[in-house]
Design a protein around this ligand. Structure first.
Ligand code: AMP
Ligand code: GLY
Length: 423
């Protein structure tokens, strides 16, 4: 099979690494890719917002299957375009992608189909939202922009003044642009968070895998929200009971609800779930693989990713396709440019002093190969060091040990990834 992967992050490097190991693979292309995907396939310089250009490339290079990494091309309807031109593509349609791209749409589906989630109210103008906040006894709320905001459109508020500021930022100052034309005001939930992933083909939901990610920039969950500073799998609190509950109360009913709403989902369904004292509740859904979770779940996938993605794209995925996850422990530590998620400099040379130690991987996120062959930093999140082991301690030690052999100016990483999972 000739395969094209769209995207340039650590997630796409991990996907390329896994695809590269598939016996079904003939040629691999990544658009635009990074220095990590460079050695795995051919990087193609096409802007991922140019879906007709990507389609042209696919047709002229006999690509059999395209895998979409990020959410933006899905929102832009790349899947619908490919399907209309009889090209196989892994990912949901523009309409089904709304499970991530419109929080109002997603919450209404959850409410209608009794999928456990925080109580919510939606608004599209400042004065009614303000009136609502002032009329309530509760003072803690979570205020969310409806559309895509690179993970930054969620504001937790603990008093009326903070709530007003959040409403103003989103609805009046348009901090998130049109993504903030509508908002959700949501009940604040408390509990542990977990990300859950299943391949979904209409009503069929594959066996699932879970991971925890670290969103804050600094140790102890301090600092600003980021795209993700690290991840580990499995979570220390994960067990069969919990897995069954989440599968039966959340993942399967959501797939079924989307079929009933005539917007069947085909692709990777990612549930962001909080384990509250009243059971697991959905914080959000994403319509794609997570980053950096993908870097710690794909090493645990014993089955052939191409077979799974091909069947999902062909809408033939069912219980006959093996989706088997192993029991290894996996820890991924994200190495960032100092200053991220605020201001940081790119273009620093990266020195990878040796190849990764056994049972470990280094995935690239924001990296670039220069004409002279040097690898330089090209983004906020630069590399992800992944350790794999029979215990979380082994996995964690390997992930951190690898970092000792990596150097670039102003590199930064959290020191506490997976610490809470050590027994
Ligand atoms: P989201 O993008 O919706 O997953 O939100 C980002 C983060 O905000 C989540 O990972 C949670 O830590 C937090 N969050 C979102 N919704 C809630 C909620 N209803 N209650 C408490 N925390 C929340
Ligand atoms: N790990 C967060 C995300 O992929 O959106």
């Amino acid at each position: 099979m000739n395969v094209l992967i769209i995207g340039n992050g650590g997630r796409e490097n991990a996907l390329a690494w896994k695809v590269k190991n598939s016996p079904l693979l003939k040629n691999l292309f990544i658009s635009p890719g990074n220095a990590g995907t460079y050695g795995l396939g051919k990087n193609i310089e096409i802007d991922i917002s140019q879906k007709t250009e990507i389609l042209k490339f696919v047709k002229s290079n006999n690509i059999d299957l395209t895998l979409v990494g990020p959410e933006a091309p899905l929102e832009d309807g790349i899947v619908d375009l490919f399907i209309s031109e009889n090209q196989l593509i892994f990912g949901p349609s523009k309409k089904a992608a709304q499970i991530e791209t419109s929080k109002v749409w997603a919450k209404n589906i959850m409410k209608k189909h009794n999928i456990p989630t925080a109580d919510f109210f939606s608004f599209n103008d400042f004065s009614s939202a303000k009136k609502f906040i002032l009329s309530q006894k509760k003072i803690s709320w979570v205020i969310k922009a409806d559309g895509l905001a690179s993970g930054k459109g969620v504001i937790l508020t603990n008093n009326k003044e903070e709530s007003m500021n959040a409403l103003k930022e989103i609805l009046i100052d348009k901090k998130f642009g049109n993504a903030g034309n509508k908002i959700i005001i949501e009940e604040m939930l408390f509990g542990k968070e977990v990300s859950v992933f299943s391949f979904v083909n209409g009503k069929f939901v594959s066996s699932q895998i879970s991971a925890c990610d670290y969103k804050r920039s600094h140790d102890g969950d301090k600092g600003l929200n980021t795209g993700g500073m690290g991840s580990y799998s499995p979570p220390e609190f994960w067990n069969e009971n919990l897995s069954n509950t989440i599968s039966e109360e959340i993942m399967i009913p959501t797939a079924k609800a989307l079929v009933e709403e005539n917007v069947p989902f085909h692709g990777m369904l990612y549930g962001g779930i909080m384990l509250t004292s009243n059971g697991p509740k959905v914080l959000e859904f994403n319509c794609r693989f997570g980053d950096p979770e993908t870097q710690v779940i794909l090493p645990k996938l014993d089955s052939d990713i191409l077979e799974i993605c091909y069947n999902t794209a062909k809408k033939t995925l069912n219980e006959k396709t093996l989706v088997k996850w192993n029991n290894d422990n996996c820890v991924g530590v994200v190495i960032t440019s100092g200053g991220y998620p605020k201001n940081y400099k790119i273009g620093h040379e990266i020195k990878l002093n040796s190849s990764p130690i056994s049972n470990s991987l280094i995935f690239h996120s924001g990296t670039k190969i220069e004409n002279d062959g040097k690898i330089t930093t090209n983004g906020g999140r630069v590399l992800v060091s992944v350790g794999i082991g029979k215990t979380m301690t082994i996995a964690r030690n390997k992930a951190y040990k690898n970092i000792e052999n990596i150097y670039f100016k102003n590199m930064y990483f959290r020191k506490d990834i997976s610490e809470r999972a050590l027994s």
